[in-house]
Design a protein around this ligand. Structure first.
Ligand code: NAP
Length: 537
């Protein structure tokens, strides 16, 4: 395509990760002319960019997949309960090949602007290289955690070593042999990197600002017998994941903390702990999300597990979260993370005691002195939810810029799917939906993509030029979102869930906390009632 050419479609889907691929397929199945636009050189989104050492899924393989094709479910074999990045990337490539999705995707194409043209009711997209595309509908499947966040540390440009953000990891990989490596960040990503590279590096210095509660991952291999067993359970599981809070195959327990004796509470926590999954987070005592007493109890239990594994009690204390409750930020699974700090070649620097001051040519300086480094790894997270959307100049009716509208009004998004003033625009995994943080991504992104495909089909079938949510419906959803959020303990804790990891981002819970199942019912009701909260023109 030449840089001045214009290409016309029914729908443009931005992003060819897990959500975008599925959306493309679903729309194409409905006979629509669709084009996918993807910044990377290939499919897989998160699993394409985040190829850092130790990257691994912490939803189980059987829940982290597509449900739309029985053939696919029968053909694809997972090798373990929590597949590594390369396996999930292979899976998404397999899907792209099997359903011939690549023929409708243009790679190496970063969208820089999207303009709604009121006269035609269509969107014009402009890419960084000046190409233009036009379509009636726009679906932004740009990922909730796709815009890397880098800390602002003075003197970075003077550092002579190499540096990498985990979300932009080099495809050729890195050899850490003989290297002095620093890692900033101890969230889900940092934990995976740290526990993986510690045995490979000469010395590892971990710069921790906030300690993390984490659960030991139990990751058995899946052989043919296990896969056969799982396949038997797929039909029921496909139903189940859409009917739980997190879109996984487990839910809040029905047993109440207050009904149990101390011994019974302990036993219940141990049972869930030994499962080696995120079930411990949600399933053991769901009250921990709103009841401070229960939360304190569970937090103490997890801190005790850290003390058991770290030999030096002072180090164990530093690695134990103190100022926030278990489960109020994302809980990672880990494999030997805490034991990593028993190694002679690993140093923990608590940056609350000795803050990072500046980079030098040979390393990084804290208040206590310089740490010499050959490589610096930024496991510093993402501008979650809004980052990928506000990075594009999206202009709706009357030239309203999405970035400016959200800066002025706060994020507003009806069902987290559409924004008033931006007709025919849909978002997957965007703020104010569970998919933004509290849902197993495949479950919620497939649900959202199905809803979007149905909504587009409905709009076209009734001959409407455009659809957008009413301002009232959008405001009501925002109020409902905030009311539920503020009834939990989550807003008390600083994290990307609350937007506090990005300077200047308003503190507000990003994801809808009513649960994936409740959310799906809300979306289904809207569709069943003919999208009555929407304005058609
Ligand atoms: P994150 O949870 O936002 O963690 C970023 C880390 O960087 C935090 O420890 C943060 O400290 C630290 N940090 C940032 N700026 C810093 C600074 N200037 N000085 C010191 N420390 C700084 O990001 P993430 O670990 O990339 O994870 C993001 C999300 O991706 C996860 O929560 C999860 O949903 C997803 N993820 C999933 C998997 C999986 O499935 N296994 C793996 C990786 C990621 P503070 O906490 O003090 O801000």
């Amino acid at each position: 395509m030449s840089s001045s050419s214009s290409s016309s479609f029914d729908v443009l889907v931005v992003g060819a990760g897990l959500s975008g691929l599925y959306q493309l397929h679903q729309l194409r199945e409905r006979g629509l002319r669709v084009r996918g636009l993807e910044a990377g050189t290939d499919v897989a989104g998160t699993w394409y960019w985040n190829r850092y050492p130790g990257a691994r899924c912490d939803s189980t393989a059987e829940c982290y997949q597509y449900w739309f094709s029985d053939e696919l479910l029968n053909e694809w074999n997972w090798s373990e309960r929590y597949p590594a990045q390369a396996e999930t990337e292979r899976y998404l490539n397999y899907v792209a090949d099997k359903f011939d999705l690549r023929r409708d995707i243009q790679f190496n194409t970063r969208v820089s602007a999207a303009d709604f043209v009121a006269a035609t009711g269509r969107w014009t997209l402009t890419t960084q290289t000046g190409e233009h595309f036009d379509a009636q509908f726009l679906v932004l499947a740009t990922g909730g955690l796709s815009t890397p966040a880098l800390p602002s540390i003075a003197g970075f440009e003077t550092f002579q070593g190499s540096s990498f953000h985990t979300g932009r990891w080099p495809h050729e990989g890195l050899d850490f042999t003989g290297k002095r490596v620093g890692v900033i960040g101890t969230g889900a990503t940092g934990i995976q990197v740290i526990q993986t590279i510690a045995p490979q590096v000469e010395h590892l210095t971990v710069f921790q600002r906030t300690a993390t509660y984490a659960i030991p991952m139990r990751n058995p291999e899946y052989d043919a017998a296990r896969m056969a067993e799982l396949r038997q359970s797929y039909p029921a599981m496909k139903e189940l994941v859409h009917n739980t809070f997190t879109g996984n195959d487990y839910d809040f327990g029905t047993v109440l903390f207050s009904d149990l004796t101390p011994a019974e509470r302990e036993e219940r926590l141990w049972t869930y702990w030994r499962d080696g999954s995120l079930k411990f987070w949600v399933g053991a005592f769901g009250e921990l999300f709103a009841d401070q007493t229960v939360n304190d109890y569970v937090s103490d239990f997890v801190r005790a597990r850290i003390r058991e594994r770290v030999q030096d009690p002072q180090l164990a204390a530093k690695l134990s979260p103190k100022d926030y409750g278990f489960g109020t930020r994302r809980v990672p699974l880990e494999s030997g993370y805490f034991e990593t700090f028993n190694r002679a070649n690993v140093t923990l620097v608590d940056t609350t005691e000795t803050p990072l001051e500046c980079f030098t040519a040979t390393g990084i300086k804290t208040r206590a002195g310089e740490h010499a480094l050959d490589v610096m790894i930024f496991a510093t997270g993402f501008d979650a939810g809004t980052g990928a959307l506000t990075a594009i100049d999206i202009r709706g009716r009357e030239g309203l810029l999405l970035r400016a509208a959200w800066a002025q009004d706060g994020v507003r998004a009806w069902l987290g799917l559409q924004v008033h003033g931006f007709p025919n625009m849909f978002m997957i995994m965007a703020p104010l939906s569970p998919a933004a943080a509290f849902c197993n991504v495949p479950t919620c992104s497939q649900q959202q993509a199905d809803w979007i495909a149905n909504c587009i089909t409905h709009t076209r079938a009734q001959g409407s030029k455009s659809i957008e949510p009413s301002a009232q419906a959008e405001a009501a959803w925002g109020e409902h979102h905030d009311e539920l959020a503020n009834a939990t303990l989550v807003p008390k804790t600083k994290s990307w869930y609350m937007g506090t990891n990005i300077a200047g981002k308003p503190r507000r819970l990003l994801a809808y906390v009513g649960g994936a199942s409740t959310y799906r019912h809300a979306c289904d009701k809207v569709a069943a009632e003919g999208y009555r909260d929407s304005v058609f023109s």
